[in-house]
Design a protein around this ligand. Sequence first.
Ligand SMILES: [Zn+2]
Length: 71
Amino acid sequence: MLPSWVDEEMPFSGPCAICGGDDGRHRVTDAIVERVRARESVESVAQDFRLSEGFVYRLIVEDHRSGGRGR
Ligand SMILES: [Zn+2]
């Protein structure tokens, strides 16, 4: 379940076409977290996804708090 602040930069766009989950955005947030974990800079990942660096950073913190892969 994504926190509500995610809506600010990444509006809800419906359920996931792959796993059938309620919120398809999890695929994008998972990809973002994975890239930063793979030592890519927050700055370049944010640019690729057209998001603010602060937003990407919050995703990383959120993932860490939930124990990572906790979805
Ligand atoms: Zn899915």
